[in-house]
Design a protein. Structure first.
Length: 367
């Protein structure tokens, strides 16, 4: 403890010390030490001043969030796909119970529930907010009224499970990916099939580019196949995955595509060779590989943030990772599910992230 003086004048009242004898003693001691040092053995080393080295900053721990804002439990089985309303207030979800359900994202209150088939593995909200498209296990695409869940139309052409659905940005068309190896493009106004593409294997998720020009299909043979949205013809194929591609998403500027691998159902799981990759959309070159999911964990869920800065991913690890889209650095982890995560979706306003799981829940997270 530092001592303090209550009266500073006391400092000047102390007698001045006698310095001369002290100085003489110090000089004598210095001369004696110098003489001793000259007799040191030739092999003795003189200590050298060390050069300071910078200590690397530790990698900051990734924040873990384990408390969701809302947990929806309206489904009676695994929840496979989710989609936000354009105004970021409601979520549509579907799953193994064969229903499409719409509920309030803030309160978790169910608004409507419509059965569309034995299973329902794909759902997507229309850009104008008026309709919800659901994909059924009999190969049909069902268009529902977004307010009450009433069936407005059914498109039938594909014969397998519909695994992916995407609306065109202008809301005029719907694309569906099927296990029968096809991608269909439907005209919503007429209900007619606009175009159909036959892929090289079963099609899982499909994603329409924000600029409206292309459709990316996640294909079971380990490729991402990019189609011309107006004709349904193949433009480019991304190769290099060591497992079936399950998930696919576009960057908001339509310049990059992210894909993840995995397999579910009778054909799954894939226990090695899984990858999450970011591709240059035009050339099909790999821009980035994200490794936090691990090659043993399937990545069923992928979503690009509306501002393009982040990507959310999830799968077997039961954790939602949010990472930097440019560097691949993991920024946040959301841990609330007790089973596989099948889908993630950002709210259009970018403030919330939803995740669906085989545990039968949908959880909404604050970013």
């Amino acid at each position: 403890m530092q001592r303090t003086c209550s009266n500073t004048s006391d400092i000047f009242r102390r007698p001045r010390p006698r310095l001369f004898p002290t100085i003489c003693l110090l000089i004598s001691l210095a001369l004696w030490l110098t003489a001793c040092g000259s007799t040191a053995s030739p092999g003795s080393a003189t200590p050298q001043a060390s050069t300071p080295t910078a200590t690397p900053s530790p990698t900051p721990a990734v924040p873990v969030i384990s408390s969701a804002l809302t947990t929806y439990k309206g489904h009676s089985g695994p929840v496979i796909d989710i989609s936000w309303s354009p105004d970021s207030t409601r979520i549509a979800s579907c799953g193994n119970d064969g229903t499409v359900q719409v509920w309030n994202a803030k309160t978790g209150k169910a608004l409507w529930n419509t059965a569309i088939g034995r299973y329902a593995f794909a759902v997507a909200w229309s850009p104008d907010g008026q309709k919800v498209a659901g994909g059924a296990s009999d190969g049909s695409v069902v268009i529902l009224d977004a307010t009450h869940g009433k069936k407005l139309a059914t498109y039938s052409h594909q014969v397998g499970f519909i695994e992916g659905i995407a609306w065109s940005p202008d809301g005029k068309y719907v694309a569906s990916g099927d296990q029968d190896n096809t991608v269909d493009i439907w005209n919503v106004a007429t209900g007619k099939l606009q175009a159909s593409y036959t892929a090289t294997a079963a099609v899982q998720r499909v994603a329409w580019s924000p600029d409206g020009k292309r459709i990316a299909a996640a294909v079971y043979d380990g490729t991402v196949q990019v189609l011309d949205a107006s004709t349904g013809k193949l433009q480019v194929t991304y190769k290099g995955n060591g497992a079936p591609v399950w998930s696919v998403a576009w960057s908001p500027d339509s310049k990059r595509v992210v894909s993840g691998t995995g397999s579910a159902g009778a054909a799954g799981p894939v226990t090695s060779g899984n990858t999450v990759k970011v591709w240059d959309a035009a050339t099909g070159q790999t821009v980035l590989s994200y490794t936090a999911e691990g090659d043993q964990n399937e990545a069923y869920a992928l979503a690009w943030s509306p501002d393009g800065k982040y990507i959310a991913s999830g799968g077997d690890a039961k954790v939602v990772h949010v990472w930097d889209a440019a560097s691949g650095q993991t920024l946040w982890q959301y841990q609330g599910h007790s089973d596989i995560i099948f889908d993630v979706a950002w709210s259009p306003d970018g403030s919330l992230l939803a995740s669906s799981s085989a545990d039968g829940t949908v959880q909404v997270w604050k970013l």
